[in-house]
Design a protein around this ligand. Structure first.
Ligand SMILES: NC(=O)c1ccc[n+]([C@@H]2O[C@H](COP(=O)([O-])OP(=O)(O)OC[C@H]3O[C@@H](n4cnc5c(N)ncnc54)[C@H](OP(=O)(O)O)[C@@H]3O)[C@@H](O)[C@H]2O)c1
Length: 255
């Protein structure tokens, strides 16, 4: 991994992949700004890393309309070298049966927040001619995802946004990467999963592959099985079949 600067910001850092990103970035010497809603869970992540690096935590709701001002205030004059947009809201279930507010919250956390955070840090990165932005996407980005309809659509948004920023920022020394993860054994995923999914990865595997892939991009699918399955689904099966396969897989998570 190149050296991108002094500070890394991880949005959605209180558990799972976000906590794994925080640990891996601390191992690589980055000072950390960690964001999520639960102050106690954030502090627990930070406590394990404070021996290694300086860590600032801020409990905040990334769906809040005040997000830009709040993050500006937390960052102050810190020069952000790495931004990881990891937080997500994933309403599971049939679209028509979920409250509208849940879908709109997914738009705020999964789309509005990455746009806001990237817009806050990218100009400084471009000016310094170095930086990295990771947008967490998903295998749901590549087709409609029944029972995760809004979440899947937001992950397509993340992929598209990352690809565009990758092309705009690369000439300025800034690396942008969309990470289209498959099933990853985070606490959130394990709560919903009743059986083992093919190709499941540990959070650390996803994070290590991600940090190693920075500078390439614009897209990473972590895990050899996931790359192969995604190739088959995207290139060989008709789109209708791919949507059906994804829906059948997600239906296994329904309560
Ligand atoms: N796990 C998988 O199988 C999988 C597969 C494909 C893609 N991904 C992607 O990988 C990323 C992380 O997945 P994960 O399984 O680790 O997710 P997770 O367990 O649901 O954790 C998400 C993180 O985001 C934070 N968060 C959620 N809503 C927030 C809000 N409104 N404001 C602030 N923070 C918020 C959570 O902390 P608080 O609750 O403390 O706020 C938590 O730290 C997501 O973008 C997801 O789409 C995961």
């Amino acid at each position: 991994m190149r050296t991108y600067g002094e500070w890394a910001v991880v949005a959605g850092a209180s558990e799972g992949l976000g906590a794994a990103f925080a640990a891996a970035l601390a191992d690589r010497g980055y000072k950390l700004v960690l964001l999520a809603r639960r102050a106690d869970a954030l502090e627990a992540v930070a406590a394990g890393l404070r021996g290694k690096v300086e860590v600032v935590t801020r409990a905040m709701d990334l769906s809040a309309p005040t997000l830009e001002a709040e993050v500006r205030e937390v960052l102050g004059a810190r020069e952000v070298g790495v931004l990881v947009c990891n937080a997500a809201h994933a309403p599971l279930g049939a679209f028509a049966q979920r409250p509208l507010a849940d879908g709109l919250r997914a738009l705020d956390v999964n789309c509005r927040a990455p746009v806001t955070l990237s817009h806050l840090v990218l100009p400084g990165m471009v000016a310094r001619q170095r930086g990295a932005i990771v947008l967490m996407s998903s295998l749901t980005a590549f087709q409609g995802s029944p029972f995760l309809a809004v979440y899947g659509a937001t992950k397509s948004f993340n992929l598209s946004l990352a690809e565009a920023l990758w092309a705009e920022a690369k000439p300025h020394g800034v690396d942008v990467l969309a990470v289209c993860a498959g099933a990853t054994r985070t606490p959130g995923y394990l709560k919903a999963a009743k059986t083992k999914a093919p190709g499941e990865l540990e959070p650390k595997q996803v994070v290590d592959e991600t940090l190693a892939a920075l500078g390439g991009g614009p897209l990473l699918i972590p895990g050899a099985f996931n790359r192969f399955a995604s190739f088959l689904l995207r290139r060989l099966l008709p789109r209708r079949s791919t949507i059906t396969v994804m829906g059948a897989q997600t239906a296994k998570l329904l309560p």
